[in-house]
Design a protein around this ligand. Structure first.
Ligand code: NAD
Ligand code: LMR
Length: 325
């Protein structure tokens, strides 16, 4: 058995965490031979509820759980943390846009970025799930002066998985038959799910579907999926979000074997997206590191959509600029 690693999960009393914690504890994220110490953070008012979740974790008698910390103090929650899943934030309700959450949630991520900077493992990998995820990751990274901004990522994997599932249904394939899916930009309705480079059982996806389906059905369905789930459930997606978080961290930690996955990472000028935002890119992961896939041809249709989602991220940035110091 390996030495235990510390996994911090914020928003631990919330609905995503109620699925996520149990997946992490069972070994779905870091493998069946990797013990974990769970570091669960929520706000003081949620401590009683969190107690119930902790009792349930105990009652699973998970062989991989080597310890459980539950706390309302970020400095305690991030002490020595190897993997931080920042889920805790106020979710969007019916009729709300993600932008409405900006100010409500921005403060949380500056405090947590500072705490991670002080207390986490120097090698910590951070995934921000709480919305607006890309900009919250930017805030956390900017406040973590002692860490590399590249250690901070945001989740577009749920969008990536949604895109795989839509294309698989349309082409009568399995999601595992599809390669090179990309979700560019923001985890919001401006995101650009792009099948230009995709193959289905080795054939170009674009030879299997028509352009009208891409423009009128595929892209809007993926972009609006979060809102469709809120409308249907009265609550935002939870189990699928947890599953995507597990996928994102597992691939980052254990590698993608050359396969592309979508991760929102600090922009570095790749594909004309200037530094300063956390942007969804196609990535490959190896030896615990991610790299942006380089050298793809971008046509005019894609360029316009990639720039539109970049523009939205820069607007979000402008709204919270004072928190980036
Ligand atoms: P929820 O309301 O069920 O749970 C959120 C939890 O966070 C609550 O227990 C709350 O007390 C806690 N919290 C609030 N402030 C906190 C703080 N400062 N520190 C620690 N915990 C804090 O919400 P949920 O459904 O679990 O969703 C959580 C977030 O994830 C929301 O922002 C939601 O919009 C977002 N989300 C993102 C994606 C994605 O793909 N990136 C998908 C689904 C949901
Ligand atoms: C989602 O994509 O399901 C979440 O981000 C919830 C939302 O607000 O859309």
């Amino acid at each position: 058995m390996k030495k235990p690693v510390k996994v911090a999960i914020t928003g631990a009393a919330g609905q995503i965490a109620y699925s996520l914690i149990f997946r992490v504890a069972s070994g779905s994220m870091l493998g069946p031979d990797q013990p974990v110490i769970l570091q669960l953070l929520d706000i003081p008012d949620a401590m009683e509820k969190l107690k119930g979740t902790v009792m349930e974790i105990e009652d699973c008698a998970f062989p991989l759980v080597a310890g459980i910390v539950s706390t309302a103090d970020p400095m305690e929650a991030f002490d020595g943390t190897d993997y931080a899943l920042l889920v805790g934030a106020r979710p969007r309700g019916p009729g709300m846009e993600r932008k409405d959450l900006l100010s409500a949630n921005a403060a949380i991520f500056s405090v947590q970025g500072k705490a991670l900077s002080e207390k986490a493992s120097r090698d910590v990998r951070v995934l921000v799930v709480g919305n607006p995820a890309n900009t919250n990751a930017l805030i956390a990274a900017s406040n973590a002066k002692k860490l590399d901004p590249r250690q901070f990522t945001a989740m577009v994997r749920l969008d990536h998985n949604r895109a795989l599932s839509q294309l698989a249904a349309k082409t009568g394939a399995a999601t595992t038959d599809i390669e090179k899916m990309i979700v560019w930009g923001n985890h919001s309705s401006t995101q650009y799910p792009d099948i230009s480079h995709c193959t289905v059982k080795g054939k170009p996806a674009k030879s299997l579907v028509d352009q009208a389906w891409i423009e009128k059905e595929f892209i809007p369905t993926v972009q609006q999926r979060g809102a469709a789930i809120i409308k249907a459930r009265g609550l935002s997606s939870a189990a699928s979000a947890a599953s995507a978080a597990v996928d994102h961290m597992r691939d980052w930690a254990l590698g993608t074997n050359g396969k592309w996955v979508s991760m929102a990472v600090p922009s570095d000028g790749s594909y004309g997206i200037k530094p300063g935002v956390v942007y969804g890119y196609p990535c490959v992961c190896k030896n615990g590191q991610y790299e942006i896939v380089q050298g793809l041809d971008i046509d005019a249709f894609s360029r316009a959509r990639m720039d539109a989602t970049d523009a939205e991220l820069r607007e979000e940035r402008a709204a919270i600029e004072d928190l980036l110091k």
